[in-house]
Design a protein around this ligand. Structure first.
Ligand code: ATP
Ligand code: MG
Length: 243
């Protein structure tokens, strides 16, 4: 028998004084301090919500966590690996294998079937064809879309397409899934179904999720919420545990 010892497990993901400054694009050298020193950590099997007003820096934080954007200063540690220390090629491999992304728009490729779309991260990673298909079908079954595996995205509803995008985000068995407003394009019934699915995957498979959302009801289903105001974590101790 193995006993879970969550207090001694190292965090899956650590944001350490993350900051990002962009050129404002006005051509006069002005800068936008989008993120100004954000620190938190995420344990395995946790779902953490990031909330905050439009423009507060949520997506920028998520993109830094996922190695899409390099921080101006501060560090991201994923499974103990400092992403900033990796060159572009090694970062691309980590991004492909250890991080799953889910966006507001599902971004499924229209000319591919669902199973081909879901298999894509494995195909790009050079896995054998048969393994790609089997693992894609397993991920599709996990999101309840087994019977739709051979359909093209345009034959699926918005909610089904987003569940397909979740399957694609899971298929590599990543260390963490980063989701940027994954229900933002869905009606409330489909949004609830997608959130139920994510919380079930966290509970049943020990998935680790960092989710940006504007919806307090969705944030309340997470283990905890981090509120961002003007590129900083709000609140006296930075994080507000939810009931
Ligand atoms: N590539 C960029 N170049 C310049 N400024 C940027 C860039 N990306 C983001 N910003 C600015 O950084 C700030 C934070 O943007 P970000 O997209 O992280 O906000 P957000 O909290 O995700 O907002 P929303 O809820 O609207 O998605 C904004 O002021 C935005 O205009
Ligand atoms: Mg955003």
């Amino acid at each position: 028998m193995t006993l879970a010892t969550p207090t001694t497990d190292p965090p899956v993901l650590v944001a350490d004084q993350l900051a990002k400054t962009f050129a404002a694009g006005s051509g006069n050298g002005a800068l936008v301090a989008a993120v100004q020193g954000v620190s938190f950590s995420v344990a395995a099997g946790e779902m953490v919500a990031i909330m905050g007003a439009s423009g507060s820096g949520k997506s920028t934080i998520l993109h830094m966590l996922g190695g899409i954007t390099r921080p101006t200063s501060g560090r991201v540690l994923l499974e103990g690996v400092d992403l900033a220390a990796l060159d572009d090629d090694r970062l691309a491999v980590i991004r492909r294998r250890r991080i799953g992304f889910i966006f507001q728009r599902y971004n499924l490729l229209p000319e591919l079937s669902l199973v081909e779309n879901v298999a894509l991260p494995l195909v790009l990673d050079g896995r054998p064809e048969r393994e790609c298909r089997e693992r894609a079908l397993e991920a599709i079954a996990a999101v309840g879309l087994g019977p739709r595996a051979e359909h093209r995205p345009d034959a699926l509803s918005g909610g089904e397409q987003q569940r397909g995008a979740i399957a694609r985000g899971l298929v590599t068995r990543p260390a963490v899934v980063l989701a940027d407003e994954p229900t933002g394009a869905l009606d409330s019934a489909n949004a609830r179904a997608v959130i139920r699915l994510l919380t079930r995957l966290v509970a049943d498979r020990g998935l680790t999720v960092v989710l940006v959302t504007h919806d307090p009801l969705i944030a309340a289903t997470a283990n905890r919420a981090i509120r961002i105001v003007d590129g900083l974590i709000a609140g006296p101790d930075g994080e507000s545990p939810l009931p």
